[in-house]
Design a protein around this ligand. Structure first.
Ligand SMILES: *[C@@H]1O[C@H](CO)[C@@H](O)[C@H](O)[C@H]1NC(C)=O
Ligand SMILES: *[C@@H]1O[C@H](CO)[C@@H](O)[C@H](O)[C@H]1NC(C)=O
Length: 268
């Protein structure tokens, strides 16, 4: 009986724990610099006399109810001046023209109780369009190497695609001055390659089919190979011709000698 009771209690507390944890789950909110974001209230604010929003430990906005009248006030911290809008019907907080300094954890709470809502706001840069350049490599045959690169990025992945399948990728989380990824293309490779940069919010693509100069630049790489191959083939053909002539001359000479010997034998 006592065991059953303990078991019941454990289940009950476990259940309570799950419920509390779920209402406190941190929600990830990715935003691009310059955009606005609204952090939704997850409680009905009617019936509470004070609702507040915190950024880290700093209180940045508050709704107070006094005799049925709701009023809002905001932090005068430089990061938030003129950017916050607290909806005093829903309790949702809007942050306008967001910057990197606004990345962090935001919590909504009722009075001194545990937070009702927790948001992890991460601010991302605008993505640049990748740049593609080409250079020739010899290993040992000529290949045309395409280099896809971007400058000053963080929290991005750069990838080469062949049609819709990923060939290779590279990721950075910290600020990277320059990020690049090479791709080797063979002679007369007419696949539709593209280089894509993406972060959790958006992506930018550069298709190599849009770059006419690239084909002629790559053809220059292959022109060199072709020239080398042609030179080698010509040289080999030359050597073969010389060998053939030598063999032929030797053959004729030795046959003439045999014939002469025969003639001299007959004369005797
Ligand atoms: C917030 O989200 C970012 C990106 O997903 C992550 O790197 C960071 O660790 C998170 N912060 C917290 C406090 O969980
Ligand atoms: C790029 O973003 C668009 C939506 O903006 C999405 O449809 C597409 O799948 C994304 N492409 C890649 C390669 O991530």
């Amino acid at each position: 009986m006592i065991h059953a009771f303990i078991f019941f209690c454990l289940c009950f507390f476990h259940l309570v724990g799950v419920l509390v944890a779920e209402s406190n789950v941190m929600k990830t909110v990715p935003v691009t610099v310059g955009d606005s974001v609204t952090l939704e209230s997850i409680i009905d604010i009617q019936g509470y006399d004070q609702i507040e929003w915190r950024f880290g430990t700093m209180r940045i906005a508050r709704i107070k109810e006094m005799n049925g009248i709701y009023s809002t006030d905001y932090s005068d911290d430089w990061k938030f001046i003129g950017r916050l809008q607290l909806d005093n019907h829903t309790g949702s907080l809007t942050i306008a023209n967001i910057g990197h300094e606004h990345s962090g954890v935001y919590k909504q709470s009722i009075g001194t109780k545990d937070p009702a809502a927790i948001y992890n706001v991460t601010v991302y840069h605008h993505l640049p369009i990748p740049d593609i350049s080409s250079y020739c490599t010899q290993n040992p045959l000529s290949k045309c190497s395409l280099l896809c690169s971007v400058l000053n990025v963080s929290h991005v992945t750069l990838s080469w695609y062949k049609g819709i399948s990923v060939l290779s990728s590279i990721s950075v989380s910290d600020l990277s001055i320059s990020l690049s990824l090479p791709l080797e293309v063979g002679y007369q490779d007419n696949n539709t390659y593209s280089c894509v940069i993406n972060n959790p919010i958006s992506n930018q693509t550069k298709h190599i089919s849009d770059l006419n100069w690239l084909r002629s630049d790559c053809n220059l790489c292959f022109d060199t190979t072709e020239a080398v191959i042609r030179l080698v083939v010509t040289a080999l053909m030359g050597v073969a011709a010389v060998v053939a002539i030598v063999v032929l001359v030797y053959d004729i000479k030795s046959r003439t000698r045999v014939e002469r010997t025969n003639i001299s034998i007959r004369h005797r």
